[in-house]
Design a protein around this ligand. Structure first.
Ligand SMILES: *Cc1c(COP(=O)(O)O)cnc(C)c1O
Length: 387
């Protein structure tokens, strides 16, 4: 008899099973479903990036095993981008590792630093990979609730001493998925002080730093003094350049912390196809006008959704960053019952907030990954419902 390992058996139940089943059922009836569930941008990768890859694919030197740390030219492009964007100077030979998408790096990271019984501090609601990477490394997750009364920032002072003494890693993610909350440099400075005091590694998932709106510019934690002693930051080209399918990202920060992740990767993968890395170089080093255009598109969509929802009486703040809108479900509904109603009665998929963790109960997430007219249609459908 084949039996799964304990680590697989311990995987959390997939909370969207019921929603997926309902979606299939509604679609089978011929309903034109508007899917606002998936965080995968609908826009194509800019053509100068695609062209760079096409040329790179033709070069025989790219047909061999890449190095798992990544091409030096890619790491240099990443370092120059960090300096231009955040004023942060790093050594690309020691402080950057290339990733097969940041999900890969996030999932593997705890293997480098977590022993069985060690604690990893993980925000909730959150991207599920922080917990799953911990589980796979044999660590124990201690959840830090992200609550509206704290602007969806974790309350570090609430962590018991007994937990802190066993904790190795503190995960953060700002701009945040799913709450769309942002953090400023003062918060990161507090985090760095806290991490030094309690001997923690800060692992910051920075996948959404370029999807900002209005006057807000999301900072890098590496801008904060002392961060280079305790922090690693995960940057992804997926959301910034609409490159989710390409699988390219990088982690940057403290040399020893980066080297731990590199060591794991040396032993489990052989790096990113160099043609994809060349596309990444074109993205990071090329004209950033495409990113400005993406921001403009997502901002228009955000405004349609936030204004539309407000008119219908929903409680929602316009996000300063990310392509998500995080809103409260109406009185009398749970996250699940509201999502089910939207799907069955309006043919709209939204993500129930509790699917990202229990404190997300009472919220739903809309991904702004369909065009403005579809979003307007979704709002018209919602307006026709009775709550
Ligand atoms: C999309 C996303 C990522 C990026 O994943 P890739 O593997 O780089 O495509 C990382 N973290 C969060 C929170 C995300 O939403």
């Amino acid at each position: 008899m084949v039996s799964f390992s304990e680590r697989l058996q311990k995987l959390p139940p997939y909370l969207f099973v019921e929603l997926d089943r309902m979606k299939a059922e509604v679609q089978a009836k011929g309903v034109d479903v508007i899917d606002l569930g998936v965080g995968d941008p609908d826009l194509p990768t800019p053509s100068h990036i695609v062209e760079a890859a096409v040329e790179a694919v033709k070069k025989p030197e790219n047909h061999h095993y890449p190095s798992s740390v990544g091409m030096l030219a890619f790491r240099q492009a990443a370092a120059s981008w960090l300096e231009r964007r955040f004023g942060v100077k790093v050594d690309p030979t020691k402080e950057i590792v290339t990733l097969i998408g940041s999900k890969e790096g996030i999932a593997h990271f705890p293997l480098a630093f977590v022993n069985p019984g060690d604690v990893v501090l993980v925000p909730t609601p959150a991207y599920p990979v922080y917990h799953i990477g911990t589980l796979f490394a044999g660590g124990e997750t201690y959840y830090l609730p992200l609550l509206p009364e704290n602007n969806f920032l974790p309350n570090l002072e609430s962590i018991p001493q007994e937990i802190l003494s066993r904790a190795k890693i503190l995960w953060l993610n700002y701009p945040n998925n799913p709450t769309a909350a942002v953090a400023d440099k003062d918060f990161f400075a507090k985090v760095v002080d806290f991490a030094k005091k309690h001997d923690l590694i800060v692992a910051h998932d920075a996948a959404y730093t370029e999807l900002y709106f209005d006057d807000f510019r999301p900072p890098s934690i590496l801008e904060v003094e002392g961060a280079r002693e305790v922090a690693i930051e995960f940057h992804s080209l997926s959301k910034t350049y609409c490159m989710t399918g390409w699988r390219i990202a990088f982690a940057v920060g403290n040399e020893t912390i980066v080297s731990g992740l590199t060591k794991v990767k040396n032993n489990v993968d052989s790096g990113v196809f160099q043609a994809v890395q060349e596309a990444g170089i074109a993205a990071l080093s090329g004209d950033q006008k495409c990113v400005e255009e993406f921001r403009q598109i997502f901002k228009e969509r955000r405004d349609v959704v936030v204004e539309g929802l407000k008119k219908l009486g929903f409680e929602v703040d316009p996000p300063k960053a990310t392509f998500y809108v995080w809103a409260r479900v109406p009185e009398g509904y749970s996250s699940a019952s509201f999502a089910a109603k939207l799907l069955k009665e309006a043919g709209i998929v939204v993500t129930p907030g509790n699917g990202f963790g229990e404190p997300g109960e009472g919220f739903f997430r809309i991904a702004l990954t369909v065009d403005k007219n579809r979003l307007k249609e979704a709002l018209e459908r919602i307006a026709s419902l009775k709550f």
